[in-house]
Design a protein around this ligand. Sequence first.
Ligand code: SAH
Length: 487
Amino acid sequence: MEQLPINVDLKGKRVVVTGGGTVAARKADLALRAGAHVLAIAETLGSEFDELRVYPGLTHRAGPPRAEDFAGAVLVFGGSEDHDADARVRALGRAAGALVNVPDRPELCDFSMPAILDRSPLLVAISSAGTSPLLARLIKERLESTIPASFGRLAGFMGSIRELVGSRITDNRRRRRFLEQLIESPVADQVLAGDEARARVLLAAELDAHDSLGNVPATGEVYLVGGGPGDPDLLTFRALRLLQRADVVVYDRLIGSPILGLVRRDAERIYVGKMRGDHALPQEEIGHLMIRLAREGKRVLRLKGGDPFMFGRGGEEIEMLAEARIPFQVVPGVTAALGGASYAGIPLTHRDHAQACVFVTGHARGGRIEMDWTTLIRPQQTVVIYMGLAMLDGLMKDFVAHGADPDLPVAIIDNATRPNQRVVVATVAGIAEAARAQALKGPAVIIIGTVVSLRDKLGWFKPETGRSAAVAVAEAASWQEKATDAP
Ligand code: SAH
């Protein structure tokens, strides 16, 4: 983190702004709106300050800044737009113990000003730590359209009922859930529509209903969520929403820290990591754990790599939940084969190459799986093997022994969609050696079929070469241009 975002209470505090132009006026305006006493130091104040004169907290002093002007100041804005003058102001401000900001001069700043979306008391501040205020503003503009102005009113209302709700529902978790539900209830609708009186009547009814149910333990539920292969950008909106709502998250080895970072901060996290052949917590026990947590009234999120139903044993887990009559929902995720294929530039069913794609697992309880070779080895078909890296050598020999062309292209996508993704391409005969040479550790998916050869033909973005996504996009675009230009 480049900088720490905080919200400073400026009410009644001293802020010094130097300069009498637009830049200074903008900062003075923000400080005055936050309730500060602002001392504006400039020979004259420009017309930009006219509107600010309504604030009793604004004082003007003509003349150059003096050390005593800064005594007791918490923040100082050097807004003269003259570098030397602002550098002097910075020195004076620092000497007085204030934090200084000089717009567009990061080298003179103790703090940067974020782009602010003001829905007071709700505030959204977007910061680029001074590197690109433009980008921050762009994001702010996007948010403008998605966060209605009336959200500020809702935030104010929620603040005003905190004590009342707190006195009626003392259990923390239950109170949080009540408030969460309230935000999507008719109570909130009334506030947003501007009828707070009606909202309070509805709220009173909700609280009474809650009291009468007060002794009934809240039933928990389980969300079985696919977290995708690793890149958090591949999560679904629903997965993200539930990650923010869960009381406890049960996750395993395939879940990386970028996705865990999206879990609600005070949610409990339970690792039930499974290494191949080394089940940290047996499947049954994971099921019992979730049932117990849900019976305690918790919202349990079972976070699985890829898609929960794709070799993920999600089916077994929900069977147990159903038997125990625990409510659950399943959220699909991008499975490793699909994430890997797209990030490696392999169109799994390009119609010149394949009319079918089969997903198989290379691993079974107690070792290698017995494959149905006649279904697997077919022309015009792509095969994707999960959990096959450890027994790659034997698997490929079996493929050849059962009639596969030893020259058929194979790709291994290791750590698909993650920053350390690697793709190794060879033939059925040569892939095991190539994988050994690269010391691949997995998790990895193995793609077998002529579609693999398209990767080079398409001149696709190869993440393992370390080129940026932007370059990849440019390359893809120029490739497309070439393709269109071709006679
Ligand atoms: N439910 C998961 C699969 C779980 S089985 C899914 O839908 O993707 C575990 C296997 O998935 C691993 O052995 C590997 O073959 C594959 N896998 C999971 N994440 C992967 C990743 N990021 N890159 C490549 N393969 C991955």
